[in-house]
Design a protein around this ligand. Structure first.
Ligand SMILES: [Zn+2]
Ligand SMILES: [Zn+2]
Length: 358
């Protein structure tokens, strides 16, 4: 599968929203599965252009994709979450398209058993300091969210009663609906609203959750923010969103991380930049100095004849790379300080110096 959404739609990176729409319309008409029944290659291509369009048509998703690509920075993560922009979008986010997929391809629903309505995704924002982004940090998030009801274990059925087959969909979890689209009338299999796609509903409702299988609860979640995370990146905690109805899967929690700037350091990708001031004699004669880095003080040899503004690299003292033992580098800009106040002795030496250098 092509990993470049722009290439998939035959567009350049600076394509306008109008270009994207046009390209998608043209290609989706051409490749529509109704015209090519059983043509696996075209089906695949049709899925690809839909996936590309879902991302590029949404300005926020497109921005994330432009920045991080398809899987987001870092890909699948350690510790049960991954670093994700919203580019790994699921079909749920796009009602119309996902319904098309279910109809034409069987989609996710068949692979994962019965398709059910997931709980909603949640989003929160967390601010950390620059140094916390270097070391990684644990933050306690206070969340108010729907969790599975303890009384009925999420089923929604009162104790002693059971779940019965949904009368609306006959237990399939889906009902057929005819809608208009730019392809013409389409018969779509949509989620049954009575049972939320589970195919069952409680004979007698659990009183604790009124048959929903979920209740609102305040709770604290400890989130380990990994070392190396950058401002604007998102940590995704799978299944920490809202619980689904009647035991359907939970949504995810997206934690948007903001990193406060640091007065000493700036970050550029995996590297950290700082400034170090030295005296005129140290610059001219060379010296060993201690330089502040994100990992503490590091000794650096200043060679004789170092100029103000010269940049030196300290390897491996930059940002930790996400899910890696490696680090970026620290770049230090040397500033040679011209003295503003001179002692009598200093003045004498400088004047002497001026004499002999004429
Ligand atoms: Zn309950
Ligand atoms: Zn139903």
């Amino acid at each position: 599968m092509s990993s470049d959404f722009y290439a998939t739609l035959g567009l350049s990176r600076d394509a306008s929203p109008e270009d994207i729409k046009k390209a998608y319309r043209r290609m989706s008409k051409e490749l529509h599965p109704d015209k090519h029944k059983g043509d696996k290659e075209r089906e695949q291509k049709f899925k690809e252009i839909n996936e590309a369009y879902e991302t590029l048509a949404d300005p926020a998703k497109r921005k994330t994709y432009d920045q991080f690509g398809k899987t987001g920075p870092g890909g699948a993560g350690a510790g049960g979450f991954d670093f994700s922009g919203f580019s790994g979008a699921r079909p749920e986010d796009f009602g119309g398209f996902s319904d098309l997929f279910e109809t034409f391809f069987g989609g996710r629903g068949q692979k994962a058993g019965k398709r059910q309505e997931r709980g909603r995704d949640l989003e929160v924002r967390v601010r950390i300091t620059f140094m916390e982004s270097v070391t990684g940090v644990q933050k306690i998030l206070s969340l108010e969210r729907l969790v599975a009801c303890g009384d009925c274990s999420g089923s929604g059925a009162a104790k002693g009663s059971s779940l019965i087959t949904c009368t609306e969909c006959g237990g399939t979890g889906q009902v057929t609906r005819t809608t208009q689209s730019f392809f013409g009338a389409i018969r779509q299999a949509v989620l049954c609203s009575r049972c939320s796609g589970s195919g069952k509903f409680p004979e007698k409702k659990c009183t604790q959750c009124d048959g929903e299988g979920r209740v609102l609860r305040k709770e604290e979640v400890a989130l380990d923010i990994p070392a190396g995370i950058d401002d604007g990146q998102t940590v995704r905690l799978r299944a920490y969103g809202e619980a689904g109805r009647n035991g359907s899967p939970s949504g995810d929690l997206f934690v948007h991380v903001e990193v406060s700037p640091d007065p000493r350091f700036t970050r550029n990708r995996d590297d950290v930049h700082g400034v170090h001031r030295i005296s005129v004699p140290d610059a001219a004669l060379g010296s060993d100095v201690q330089v502040d880095t994100a990992h503490g003080s590091v000794s650096l040899r200043i060679p004789p004849g170092t100029q103000s503004g010269q940049v030196m690299r300290i390897r491996g003292k930059g940002m930790p790379l996400l899910q890696s033992k490696n680090h970026g580098d620290h770049y230090v800009t040397i500033e040679v300080q011209i003295p503003v106040k001179l002692s009598r002795e200093e003045r004498r030496i400088l004047e002497e110096w001026r004499e002999i250098s004429h």
